[in-house]
Design a protein around this ligand. Structure first.
Ligand SMILES: Nc1ncnc2c1ncn2[C@@H]1O[C@H](COP(=O)(O)OP(=O)(O)OP(=O)(O)O)[C@@H](O)[C@H]1O
Length: 228
């Protein structure tokens, strides 16, 4: 398993007491497969993603990323693990306005100490994989919303992460562009063997995934997706 959450419980301070955002949640996502996480507002989806991203340490339970148990790791170790093993795609692409599409990706490799020449060729390869080979030298304002989200996805894959965490990637897109982005995520998940978690409100997305996990009041029920 590339991503394994076992019996994860997370609480937040809430007045005099604690609010249980995740209640003994277990989730395992193998390489090359995509799990959709659905559930009503406030059910714990973002909390689940934040725990999987190692951005929040749960009160109890185990989080294993690409074979590495995160328990007891220092902040620096977790940052290194995130950089190496986790790619994130959020609703808004958050691209840097002054950089071209290729440079947005190259920055990631630079942070990782890779050679600039290798970074450039990997950036171009990934932009081609997301259908933007001819847009590599455009800046964000010269791209459409769907194209910006594609750059965002390519950037998340720059360091060949084992785990890809995706939060509502199509919420800013119309139906057709949203469907194309979802198709792309499915293809990349299989091609690049990432363990992908997709938080979504869109039930149309559920047909494309391998497994659906529904969160309600911090508890998780898994059921198989229609691809399997
Ligand atoms: N930092 C925090 N401090 C206190 N409570 C929080 C915090 N973050 C989230 N919560 C609470 O934890 C619960 C789960 O929130 P979470 O953001 O994970 O839900 P969600 O399913 O992602 O919701 P949405 O679909 O609206 O984004 C909610 O009751 C929320 O109010």
């Amino acid at each position: 398993m590339s991503l394994e959450l076992t019996d994860v419980t997370l609480t937040y301070p809430d007045g005099d007491g604690r609010l249980t955002a995740l209640d003994a949640v277990s989730l395992a996502v193998p390489a090359g497969s995509m799990t959709a996480v659905i559930g009503p507002s406030g059910s714990g989806k973002s909390s689940l993603l934040a725990v999987a991203a190692t951005l929040i340490t749960p009160d109890s339970g185990r989080v294993v990323i690409d074979g590495t148990d995160t328990a007891g790791r220092s902040r620096a170790e977790l940052t290194a693990l995130r950089r190496k093993s986790i790619g994130t795609v959020f609703q808004q692409p958050n691209l840097l306005p002054s950089l071209t599409a290729a440079e947005q990706l190259q920055v990631m490799a630079h942070l990782d100490g890779r050679s600039p020449r290798k970074a450039r060729s990997r950036a171009l390869e990934l932009l081609a994989a997301v259908g933007l080979a001819d847009r590599a030298d455009r800046r964000p304002h010269q791209l459409s919303g769907g194209q910006r989200q594609r750059v965002n996805i390519a950037r998340a894959l720059m360091n060949e992460p084992a785990v890809l965490l995706v939060d509502e990637p199509t919420s800013a897109l119309d139906h057709e562009r949203g469907a194309a982005v979802l198709d792309l995520l499915t293809t990349l998940t299989h091609q690049r063997a990432t363990a992908t978690v997709l938080v979504t409100h869109d039930r149309a997305h559920l047909d494309a995934v391998d497994e659906v996990a529904e969160v309600r009041d911090g508890r998780l029920n898994s059921r198989l997706g229609s691809r399997t």
